[in-house]
Design a binder for this molecule. Structure first.
Ligand SMILES: Nc1ncnc2c1ncn2[C@@H]1O[C@H](COP(=O)(O)OP(=O)(O)OP(=O)(O)O)[C@@H](O)[C@H]1O
Ligand SMILES: [Mg+2]
Length: 336
């Protein structure tokens, strides 16, 4: 089962350029989380910090008691084996067949026999829907297939933590919908802790248990999906609506004058209540996601610390999932 990842007070700079500061969050074991944020806000840098490839100046990343920032490299190296990584650019070897690409981590990090490697690789190839393409070179298949090959490669070492950096970039809407389902199915099968960086609003709305967002060198928010999806923060509503009006500008931040001008215009005041679309369920025939029960207890336990809109949305979510007849809602005194 997945492992909890605890991030505490992480601050990262390259020279004088501060990327983000004082980032704290917990990726709950086995749950799926999505990280949003405009380009250049340091999402990829964050993923690389989680696996210890980049070293933030302050803070800790705790996994099974190992600090991926400052523990001895030997411990970090061992802990890194728990991860499956799917990079933004696919990162396949162009001269190797898909089979060899996907087999690469097994040949590199294990002493498994070739017959065993074949069994595992073909299983993963089937999982991501690439059966029949295993002998092709990356240059001979579509971008969407390369993405799925990258995902298959991320999965061969039975990762307990899966990080995906923009798995949807370059995919058409239908492929993106399949990918969303694939990610949920994957979580149902392996119960790994997953963090997905994406700009895709459909993935954000339908896949994760938790969501966060980077903006202006801060983690603006991180928590149950309902918190971000009902948030009134201008940066969040602008991002989720894909609007030009708001604090996010072409070069990440707008100048103050433009912002002030927008503040007096009513254009960006959307008052209709936000509808939260239901989270995807695993495909028929798969086991239920083990994280669902854990997440429900966790989220209901923190209900009275959440904003009223999020609280209402969570109550609504769990009231609708009639699959849980024994569910009891804790009384929360105030609010709706
Ligand atoms: N190794 C590095 N050395 C110096 N600066 C870096 C390094 N890696 C990243 N940066 C800088 O850190 C900032 C954040 O980059 P990052 O790639 O994490 O953004 P991002 O949020 O992933 O953007 P996108 O959504 O476009 O992928 C950028 O300004 C980038 O130039
Ligand atoms: Mg990036």
């Amino acid at each position: 089962m997945g492992i909890e990842v605890v991030v505490e007070g992480l601050t990262m700079s390259f020279g004088k350029q501060n990327i983000w500061q004082d980032v704290s969050l917990t990726l709950p074991a086995g749950e799926v989380s999505v990280m949003l944020g405009p380009s250049g806000t340091g999402k990829t840098v964050f993923l690389k910090s989680l696996i210890g490839l980049l070293k933030p100046q302050q803070g800790r990343v705790l996994i099974n008691g190992v600090d991926m920032v400052r523990s001895p490299e030997r411990d970090i190296y061992e802990t890194r084996k728990l991860f499956g990584l799917m990079f933004q650019d696919g990162a396949l070897f162009g001269s190797m067949s898909l089979f060899d690409n996907i087999a690469f981590p097994l040949r590199e990090h294990t002493r498994k026999r070739e017959s065993e490697i074949r069994r595992i690789v073909m299983e993963r190839i089937e999982l991501v829907g690439l059966l029949g393409a295993e002998d092709k070179l990356p240059g001979e298949i579509s971008g969407g297939m390369r993405k799925r090959a990258g995902l298959a490669r991320a999965l061969v070492l039975d990762p307990q933590i899966v990080l995906c950096d923009e798995p949807d970039s370059g995919l058409d809407p239908v492929r993106t919908a399949y990918l969303s389902q694939l990610l949920i199915d994957l979580n149902a099968r392996i119960d790994a802790t997953m963090l997905i960086v994406t700009h895709n609003l459909d993935i954000a709305a339908t896949v994760p248990d938790n969501m966060g967002m980077f903006f202006r060198r801060r983690l603006v928010t991180f928590g149950p999906r309902e918190v971000l999806l009902t948030s009134d923060e201008p940066v969040v509503t602008q991002f989720l609506a894909g609007r030009r009006e708001g604090p996010i500008g072409m070069s990440e931040e707008k100048d103050a004058a433009l912002l002030a001008a927008e503040a007096v215009s009513p254009a960006d005041r959307s008052t209709e209540p936000r509808v939260i679309v239901p989270q995807l369920e695993p495909s028929p025939g798969l086991p239920p996601r083990a994280a669902v029960t854990r997440r429900r207890e966790r989220v209901l336990g923190m209900l009275d610390q959440l904003p009223p809109a999020a609280r209402a949305a969570i109550r609504d979510t769990y009231a609708r999932s009639a699959a849980a007849p024994t569910l009891t809602m804790p009384a929360t005194g105030s609010g709706s």
